[in-house]
Structures are given as C-alpha cells and as structure tokens.
Design a protein around this ligand. Structure first.
Ligand SMILES: Nc1ncnc2c1ncn2[C@@H]1O[C@H](COP(=O)(O)OP(=O)(O)O)[C@@H](O)[C@H]1O
Ligand SMILES: [Mg+2]
Length: 516
C-alpha cells in the first residue's frame, strides 16, 4: 500500500468525474510554461543571488520573467510567493499583472481567486498579488513568512518598504528565501543609489550585468563587502545582482507586435531615453528646474559671525534624517553651510549630532532657530514644555539646548518659496563638499505624477524638505554691525582693536577703517 513515488495511487472508488479532474490536474501539473527567452530573461531566471533586480527599458520581458520565477517551485506544496505592485489598479488594470498571470498560470493547472488575487497550484503551492499603496501597508505583512518576495516596478516603492519586506523574507518550505524585482530606469531614485555598483557611471569598481556583489548595513548605511566577508556572528552579506534588458532582448514580443517598438520610438526624448535605451541618468522633468549645480553651489568659505544662522530639519529613522545649517547675509541671501544626513539614529543621537555641527561653526544653539518637521512635536507644545506625559522627539532636541521650532508645513507654498530662492541669482547657495546629499538629490526629484504642483514623495526628498522647512521660517536678514564687537577688546575701559584677531570676514575697506 505504500506509494513509492511516481504517480499518486488512486482509490478505485473514485467517481468518474473526480477521476477526470485528477487526470486533468496531473496533466496540467506536468505541463510546461514557455521557457525564459535567451539573454537577460534567462540570466534573470538562472541567477541564484538573494536579490536579483531585472532592470532596463520597457518591454524587455521583465514582468513575464517574474511570473516564470514564481512558478518555479510550484511542485513544493509549502511554497508561496507574493508579487507586489505599488497600487491595486496597477495589478488589476487591463494588461496588468493579473492579466499577464491569467495568460500563463491556467495552463499549468493553477486556479485563480479573483477576489483575493491569489493563485493555487495543483501541489498546494500558492501565491498572491498585493499592493503597498500606503507607506505603512507593509505592516500588514508582519509575522508572515514568504520565501519568494517580488516587486514589479521597484522604483514605485519606497526604500523603507523594500528593506522592511526584505526582513519578512523567511522560509520553512526548504527553499532559501529570496527576492526578485523588476524596474524601469529612474534617475534620482533610491533604487539607482542602492544599485550604484551597476548603475553609477562614475563608480570605479563597477559591477557588470549579472555580476554578484554582497552588501551589509553598518551603522544604517549600505556597505558593499566581499564574498568572504562575515559579520561577528559569522554571517555573510546579502548577495545582489542586476540584469540589464531592453525591448530588443524580447524577440517574443517584437515578432508578434512590431508596433510596440514604433510606440516606444514615438515617445518624447526623456521617456525614450528611459524606456527604450534604458538610461538611468536622464531626469524626467526635474521638479526644481531652476536648480543648477554650477550656479547654486560654491566652495566653502568663511562666514562672518554676524550672519544670522538658522536650520531646517526633516525627521527620519529608517529613512534618513536631515539637518541643514544655513546662514543669511545682510541682503537676505541664504547659504547652506553644512548638513547631517543619516539613518537609524535615535532622536537623542540626532540632537547630539546637530549640536556638534553648531559647535563646530561656533554658533550658540539659542541663537539658531531650527525649523523642524511638524511631526516631531507634541500636540500641545506649551504643555509638553511643562512636563507633558510621554516624550516627543522635539523634546530630545530641547533637552540638548537646541531651538527647534515647529515648521510651517504648507507644501505648495513651501515649494514655491524654495523655487523663488533658486530663481533669484545668488539668493540660495550650497557649500560644495559639505552638503553632498542635498546637492545630489535636489535636482533629481520629479513632480508628483498625481499633482504637478507637489514633488514626488517617493523620491529622496529629505534634503529638500529640510530646506523647505527652513525657508518657510522666513530667514531674517543679518545686520552688519558698525563696530564688530568680536574684534574689539577693552583695555582699561577703552575700546581697542585686537590685531591678533584679524577678522577674516572684513572687507578690505572695513579693515582699513579698523586699522587705518
Ligand atoms: N519567455 C517569453 N515567452 C513568450 N512571450 C514572452 C516571453 N517574455 C516576454 N514575452 C512577451 O513580451 C511581452 C512584454 O513583456 P513584459 O514582461 O510585460 O515586459 P516588461 O515588464 O519588461 O515591460 C509579454 O506580454 C509577453 O507577451
Ligand atoms: Mg513590466
């Protein structure tokens, strides 16, 4: 009576209908899917890295490759997969992900559940298509165990969503948990930054198509390590690779639909570069079109102590927290002097970093208003200052002696004000080398696809948010003092100039005024 592999033994009492169903199922289970196409799709299918990102232009066969991957372990009854798209309409739209799976999975005996967007394979293996519309939808996945997590169009998700779900990627099914993602190119996205070894043209140790690299996180930052690297528990880094593709790699599509290529070629230039040539550097309509690195940055310079100092602060824990230190001169022009841009610091650690920056610049914390992310403040500030129960993030800053003030968070007016500064020559300048993250991101954020007046909040917006908060604080004009007390000492009650404290910031004629 033992069933030693091969065909499942069947009860002789089964009804003809059940028998027919069984036969149909075992036929379907043995049926094959179309094979991956030669080239990138096969490279994607064959890679054994923990994370494989299948990128490049549109029509390359990426989504199709993802669906083939999800069916790979269909004979394992404990297997399950999930494919995420950012929004639910992206799953169910005509020709979308669900439609594509409908064309493939029934042929191998899988049964759909349209209401839940799930598939069940004959073995019992199953899978689901799900959206992550809101940043915190990820928490619905807490405690779940999914050996294969997929993201279709990775740049649509936030960095925090991706890395959170990576931590959910567990398995008792005997299959080593892994992640697969597809993505069209998008300059300025966190995906480009994460996959810099493959996508950053200026990188010295560039990785090739399909080459595996390993990363870990050290102090919250991604660090690329060698294959043999082990942490203090003897664990290796996570392996990653990137597969490039373009529509020319998808013969299956070009054979049946040559018009697809014609359509791509009729796109406007920027879209063509991204979607036809797979360009990761070209920006689709930068939101801050006024920004120019040449015009708006300069080498750090000494700043007179009489300038008015202020700051902007965007809170983040998993996402970077950003502090910008700024100064305004007597004409109201603003210079961004310094930045702190770090992930995974506690509020008190952040406050210490900010205080250190002020100290380095010789700025008294009280004299430097810091316009901060409204979400860090208690609802009733006055009460909190007087010992409100529960501690708000802002209080950690106050404890450190910092003058954090609830910023005006009117986005549309805030962006308009920021653009006004960028538009006006000399009104907004950033110190090169000191503020690499602000400079890197400011020109790369795009408009919100749903609201062109706003910025795309899925892009890296921490630097510009901080700048917006600071500028909405109406930076005061500095006033150049007649006699700069910093350079005067009193000798027996008489003011004299201390030549040892030669004021670096004094213009030539003012030096003359002092020293004759
Ligand atoms: N291995 C394959 N076998 C048959 N057809 C394929 C294969 N790979 C891709 N295709 C066809 O190419 C079309 C476009 O591929 P898709 O995966 O949607 O591209 P992308 O996601 O890169 O834009 C699919 O709808 C499918 O018809
Ligand atoms: Mg696709």
């Amino acid at each position: 009576l033992l069933n030693r592999g091969g065909e499942t033994s069947v009860s002789t009492h089964a009804s003809p209908a059940a028998e027919a169903l069984r036969r149909e199922r075992s036929r379907a289970a043995a049926a094959a899917l179309p094979p991956p196409q030669e080239g990138p799709q096969t490279d994607f299918y064959n890679s054994t890295a923990d994370i494989v990102v299948y990128g490049g232009a549109a029509g390359g066969g990426k989504t199709f490759g993802l669906l083939l991957e999800c069916a790979r372990h269909r004979a394992n009854p404990n297997f399950n997969f999930v494919i995420f798209r950012r929004t639910s309409p992206q799953i169910t739209a005509n020709g979308g992900l669900w439609d594509a799976s409908q064309k493939l999975y029934p042929s191998i005996g899988a049964r759909p559940n349209i209401t839940n967007l799930t598939w069940r394979f004959p073995s019992g293996a199953k899978g689901k298509m799900a959206h992550l519309q809101h940043a915190d939808t990820v928490h619905d996945w807490q405690g779940t165990e999914v050996p294969l997590i997929c993201f279709d169009e990775l740049t649509h998700f936030t960095e925090a969503q991706f890395f959170y779900l990576l931590s959910r990627n567990r398995s008792t099914s005997g299959i080593k948990p892994y992640v697969r993602a597809t993505t069209n190119p998008k300059a300025g996205s966190w995906v480009k930054k994460f996959l810099a070894p493959w996508l950053d043209k200026n990188r010295l140790d560039k990785a090739a198509h399909g080459e595996v690299r390993w990363f870990t996180r050290i102090n919250g930052e991604i660090v690329w390590v060698g294959e043999d690297w082990r942490d203090d528990e003897g664990l290796p880094g996570k392996s990653v690779t990137f597969i490039f593709s373009s529509v020319y790699d998808n013969k299956a599509l070009l054979d049946v639909d040559p018009h697809y290529l014609v359509n791509l070629k009729s796109l406007p230039e920027v879209e063509q570069a991204r979607l036809l040539r797979g360009d990761w550097d070209i920006l689709e309509g930068a939101y801050f079109s006024e920004w120019s690195e040449a015009k708006h940055t300069k080498l750090p310079d000494k700043v007179p102590a009489w300038y008015r100092f202020f700051g902007g602060l965007d809170y983040g824990k998993a996402a970077p927290f950003c502090f910008l230190l700024m100064a305004s001169d007597d004409a109201g022009n603003v210079i961004v002097l310094d930045e702190v841009y770090e992930t995974r610091l506690t509020p008190s650690e952040q406050a210490i970093k900010v205080a250190q920056v002020l100290e380095r610049h010789g700025i008294a914390p009280k004299s430097c208003p810091i316009y901060a992310d409204p979400s860090i403040f208690p609802p009733q500030e006055a009460k909190a200052r007087a010992g409100h129960p529960g501690k708000y993030i802002a209080e950690e800053y106050w404890d450190e002696g910092l003058n954090v003030i609830r910023a005006n968070n009117d986005r549309i007016n805030g962006w308009a004000r920021f653009r006004e500064y960028l538009h006006d020559p000399g009104a907004f300048t950033v110190f090169k080398g000191r503020c690499p993250n602000l400079i890197r991101t400011i020109g790369t954020v795009g408009p919100d696809p749903k609201d062109p007046e706003d910025v795309d909040t899925t892009s890296e917006d921490h630097g510009i948010d901080s700048a917006r908060y600071a500028l909405m604080g109406r930076p005061p004009r500095a006033k150049q003092p007649d006699r700069d007390p910093q350079f005067e000492i009193r000798h027996k009650g008489v003011k004299v100039i201390d030549p040892k404290r030669l004021p670096h910031a004094l213009s030539d004629d003012r030096q003359e005024e002092y020293f004759g």
